[in-house]
Ligand binder design. Structure first.
Ligand SMILES: Cc1cc2nc3c(=O)[nH]c(=O)nc-3n(C[C@H](O)[C@H](O)[C@H](O)COP(=O)(O)OP(=O)(O)OC[C@H]3O[C@@H](n4cnc5c(N)ncnc54)[C@H](O)[C@@H]3O)c2cc1C
Length: 480
């Protein structure tokens, strides 16, 4: 692909239009390594060092991008060999709530430690040679970077959710250097997984080294300014004073905790720290429509339900999606690595109904509003066809207004001046009241939404039949 068809196209259609998800794929797949993230603690956008490098390049930076076009029907056909019966959750085979049985792993994890436990299990049982996970940079511990973990200790070092922008897919560059037979598991959030699946479907050699995708639920990610704002509350102006940054430290649901080089520890309970979301959320998350990491083999989220929250410790929601993912979960249960209880589909949707409404209805309302204003929008190959009730649309206008006001520098500065406890309490009260007032509006018509799906597109590469289920293998055969 020439310059006009490669990075230049990406820049014009995705980066300059605000559609970049910061997944990091373009950096990871650039053969000469000519793309880099500029201002990683600022806008964090890819830029090219030398555009001459695009000459003759296949242009995977564009074709594997998760920012502009992510065709859900194609990715569902590619990953699962079928389309979802439940468009809120995606294709799945099993639903459980549970936790890792190893107390150390459970405690290290963001919720039940199931993602780390699965990664460790895969390494210990020689199912993979390495696991892509996100850990703190050793010299700059306020910044997270992907690495290939090869031991239990290395996986645990990467445990927990990191809510600041961290372009994990730059790791494709390292995977490319591994021997052709290298078998990797990949842990990532939905936008990162979209790119991995797109690249796999395109036959990209580094992406094809990924045998298992363990996906985390994701509501949104934050700009690094969230950390600066949090520090400002404590009178700390210099982020390089951070020696450790944790978003889910301690007992579930955990605390946002910053440890400083001088030994001071600044912290805030997770639900209080959620105040950062409207102020610092990456705007592209407003038009993302995948909460549950639909194209992973196994996905996991927090089990947000009073029955689990009251029990203390951490509980995760676990979804077995593909045959190979389901096999691993069943083995882990049989071998006493996980304690789980099956949960109903309706219960699972209900558990995250707020975020599912945000992603499966709200995102499309926002996309329509942006399109009407002539702005670039992502395309997903599916959309709801049931019109949203008036109340839901009005609620959306209010929400956009709140996000608009909160993202102003003045608002960010003002909130940074308020004492931590006061901000947290105010936010928590506002959140509870907001939830109560908007609950019926968000629920109205939610479970009856009908979606329309475009037909899946042909992919270059098919996952080997033995990696797909029987049904998927039959579909793959028919497609040939
Ligand atoms: C940005 C973000 C937003 C989330 N939003 C929601 C939500 O709205 N609702 C919900 O139920 N759950 C959400 N989660 C998932 C939740 O926080 C837990 O990760 C999940 O419950 C699994 O917990 P665990 O204990 O099994 O994970 P752990 O055992 O702690 O493993 C987590 C793994 O994810 C990797 N990881 C962490 N952050 C990132 C990142 N930014 N990019 C790539 N890999 C990463 C870590 O390296 C680690 O390997 C979110 C996670 C993230 C990262």
């Amino acid at each position: 692909m020439s310059e006009a068809g490669g990075f230049e196209k990406l820049r014009r259609e995705v980066i300059d239009t605000g559609l970049c998800t910061r997944c990091g794929s373009c950096v990871g797949v650039c053969p000469p390594g000519a793309i880099e993230f500029r201002e990683p603690l600022g806008v964090s956008l890819p830029a090219i060092r030398d555009s001459a490098a695009c000459e003759g390049c296949p242009g995977h930076c564009y074709t594997g991008c998760s920012g502009g076009a992510v065709h859900f029907p194609t990715l569902a056909a590619f990953t699962h060999g079928r389309q979802p019966a439940n468009p809120y959750l995606g294709v799945f085979q099993s639903l459980y709530v549970g936790h890792a049985n190893d107390e150390h792993v459970r405690r290290a994890g963001a919720s039940g430690g199931i993602i780390s436990a699965t990664a460790i299990y895969m390494l210990e049982h020689d199912m993979v040679d390495g696991v892509v996970a996100l850990g703190a940079n050793r010299e700059e511990p306020w910044r997270f970077e992907p690495r290939i973990a090869r031991s239990r200790a290395e996986v645990l070092e990467c445990a927990q959710s990191k809510y600041s922008i961290s372009p994990a897919n730059v790791i494709l560059r390292e995977l490319d250097k591994e021997a052709p037979g290298f078998r990797a598991a990949f842990i990532g959030i939905p936008c990162q997984v979209h790119a991995i699946r797109k690249l796999q479907a395109d036959g990209h050699p580094a992406a094809r080294k990924i045998r298992y995708v363990i996906g985390s639920y994701c509501g949104n990610i934050l700009h690094f300014d969230a950390v600066r704002g949090f520090l400002a509350k404590h009178g700390v102006a210099d982020y390089t004073a951070i020696s450790r940054l944790e978003y889910r430290a301690g007992e579930w649901p955990g605390k946002m905790r910053v440890t400083l080089v001088d030994g001071r520890v600044l912290e805030m309970p997770k639900f209080y720290a959620n105040y950062l979301i409207p102020f610092y959320m990456m705007r592209r998350c407003l038009t993302c429509t995948d909460l549950a990491n639909e194209f992973s083999d196994i996905s996991g989220g927090d089990a947000w339900a009073p029955v689990y929250e009251e029990r203390g410790k951490g509980f995760s929601l676990i979804m077995g999606r593909t045959d190979r993912g389901q096999r691993v979960i069943e083995e882990m249960i049989r071998k006493g690595r996980l304690t789980v209880e099956p949960v109903e589909e309706g219960f699972t949707v209900n558990m995250h109904s707020h975020m599912l409404d945000f992603k499966k209805r709200g995102a499309f309302l926002r996309i329509d509003a942006m399109r009407a204003r002539g702005k670039a929008v992502p395309s997903y190959g599916f959309r709801p066809v049931t019109p949203a009730p008036f109340g839901r649309r009005a609620f959306e206008v209010l929400l956009r207004l709140i996000y608009g006001v909160c993202s102003l520098r003045l608002s960010q500065w003002t909130v940074a001046q308020l004492p931590t406890g006061l901000t947290g309490r105010l936010f928590e009260q506002a959140r509870r009241r907001w939830k109560g007032v908007t609950k019926s509006t968000k629920r109205k018509g939610f479970s009856e939404i009908e979606f329309t799906f475009e037909p899946p597109r042909q992919t270059v590469y098919q996952l080997p039949a033995e990696e797909l289920g029987e049904q998927s293998a039959a579909l793959a055969e028919r497609a040939e």
